[in-house]
Design a binder for this molecule. Sequence first.
Ligand code: OSB
Ligand code: MG
Length: 368
Amino acid sequence: MRPNRIELREIRLPLREVFQISSGARRHRRILLLQVEAEGQVGWGECVAAEDPSYSYETTETAWHILTEFLLPPLLEAEMEGPEDLLAPVDWVRGHRMARAGIEMALWDLQARLLEVPLWELLGGRGEPLAVGVSVGIQPEDTTLLRKVEGYLEEGYARIKMKIKPGRDLEMLRKVRDRFPEALLMADANSAYSLDDISLFREMDDLGLIMIEQPLGHEDILDHSRLQAELETPICLDESIRSEGDARLALDLDATRIINIKPGRVGGLASARAIHDLCRESDVPVWCGGMLESGVGRAHNLALATLPGFTLPGDISASRRYWSQDVVHPEFALKDGLMHLPEGPGIGVSPDLPRIDALTHRVQQFGG
Ligand code: OSB
Ligand code: MG
C-alpha cells in the first residue's frame, strides 16, 4: 500500500454539556480528522489532542504542527507493509504520540478497507457486542450527580466512572455508593492528589470501587506503586502510561493493577495492542479509555476493545452522550445495554462529509 493523498482538517464540535475534570473544563472540541487514500479507498483517523495541555503536553495546535511539518510529508507515497510499523519512515520523531496515532489509525482503517475486513478482525478481536461504561464529569451538586448516575444505569451502562478532585471526592463518592450499593463504580482523579493524601485513599478503599484511576502525578509511577501497597482497591493508570515501556515499568513496580488503554495516548493501535498483549501475559485486565472523540475515534476505540484482554467496560459511550449530532453514520447507541459493532469493512461507520465540511475550520492536503 502506498498513500497517494492525505488530508488533515480541524473540525470544531460543541459538547452537549460541559465536561469538568480535576485539571479543567471542556465545552467544545477542536478535533483533527485525517483521511488517507490509496488504491481508491479512504481510511479515517482522529487525533485526540485537546485544546489545552492539561491532560497531555500535546494540543490540537502542536499536533497540527507535528503532522503537517514532520509526520505527513514522508508518509505520502511511502511503500507500507502492514499491519504493524506503518509509521516506520517517521520513527525518528520523538513523543507527540497523539499526533502519530491520528495518522496511524487512519492507515489501519485504510488497510482494513483494502482487505475488505472489519478493523476489529484485522486487529484480532471478536465481533460480539460489548458492555460499556460512562465517565461522568465533576458536578457541583451531589443531587445532579446522583440523578445522572441513575440515568446512565437505567440506560444500560455497565460501569460508572466519576471524576474527582480535592473537595469533591470522598463524601460525594460515599453518597453515590450508599444509593447504588451494587453498581460497578470507579473514580478518576486525573492526577489531582499526592502521597500526602494517603489517609483519604485509605477511606476511599472501603467504598468497593472497582478501581481508582490516575490518583497521583502524571509522571509518578513510583509514587503510585507506594500508594498501591497501602490499598486493596486496584489503581488503574491512564496518563502515566504512554508506551509499552511505561506499562512494563508500572507492572514491574506493582504501580497499577489495571490499565486504561487509549490508542491516542500511546501512539496508535499497534502500541495499544502491544500493551494489551503485555497485560494479558501478566493477567492484568485492561479497558479502553476515551478522549471525548467524535464517531471516527470512537469507532477505532470500539474495534480495539474487541481484543480478548479488554475484560472491563470501556469509556465508549453513545454519540448522544457527547454530541447533539455525531459526524458519522450510523451514530453510536446502546442496544439492550450493549454497544454493537458497526457492520462493514474498516471502522464500519461512514463519515458524514457535508456535515464535516460544514464544521471544518482549516484543511491541509498532501498529494492528490
Ligand atoms: O481521564 O479518562 C480521562 C476525557 C478527556 C480527558 C481525559 C479523560 C476523559 C474521560 C472521558 O474520562 C472519556 C470519554 O467518555 O471519552
Ligand atoms: Mg483518566
